[in-house]
Design a protein around this ligand. Structure first.
Ligand code: G3P
Length: 217
């Protein structure tokens, strides 16, 4: 089953319409058979988790304890979420922290999605075997030219490298707006996509999410 991860980031639309988007994700997942996951801000995580599979946007490799303003696996698990993004381009952490966080996720039964920006990082992360590795070139994030259009050769290389050298599933993201972008990503070997603006800031999120999911079914 292929995956569509909808990252709300800190967009106002994601906060204002977070639960409606989760309900659309659930309905579209049922209709298309695609594994649709939402990654809302932490305050919405318990509510979206009751509606559809949900991930945190980040997590730290900390046990519950005297830490102020940090996100532990315990809080994520108690919120009902199923996993977390790690090392998103907008929230980068060291390789040591990535490794610790992936291990904590494995130990406590949360799914892990490690984001990387280039092939060097893919090589460094592959042996950690997170559940997903997501290639998102930073310069394309939030734009209208998709990673599958701008960097097809790197996407192909990334997907076959991840399949050959790790147990992780390869995902791609950045600038994905249309079903054509998604179809191309599947053709290049991806198991799914990460999308933010193309769903959260769309005029009609229900249509946008359906269009993005359809080529993954
Ligand atoms: O996590 C997904 C993201 O970074 C891609 O953003 O707006 O280019 O779909 P966007």
């Amino acid at each position: 089953m292929r995956s569509l991860i909808i990252n709300y980031k800190a967009y106002a639309e994601g906060i204002d319409n977070g639960l409606e988007i989760a309900a659309i994700a659930k309905k579209t997942s049922k209709k298309t058979g695609v594994d649709i996951i939402v990654a809302p801000p932490l305050s919405l995580l318990p509510s979206t988790s009751r509606v559809v599979k949900s991930f945190s946007q980040s997590m730290e490799a900390l046990e519950p304890g005297p830490f102020t303003g940090h996100i532990t696996w315990y809080e994520i698990q108690k919120s009902g979420a199923s996993g977390t993004l790690i090392n998103h381009s907008e929230n980068r952490v060291s390789i040591e922290e990535i490794s610790r966080t992936v291990n904590v996720c494995r130990r406590v039964g949360l799914l892990s999605v490690v984001c990387i920006q280039n092939m060097d990082e893919a090589v460094a992360i592959a042996s950690l075997n997170p559940d997903f590795i997501a290639y998102e070139p930073q310069e394309l994030i939030g734009g209208n030219i998709s990673v599958s259009t701008a960097k097809p050769e790197t996407v192909r290389e990334f997907c076959s490298f991840v399949r050959a050298r790790s147990k992780s599933s390869p995902l791609i993201g950045a600038g994905i707006k249309t079903s054509v972008d998604v179809a191309k990503s599947v053709e290049l070997g991806s198991d799914g996509i990460l999308v933010a603006s193309g769903a959260i800031k769309a005029d009609d999120p229900a249509k946008a999410i359906f269009d993005l999911a359809r080529p993954l079914s």
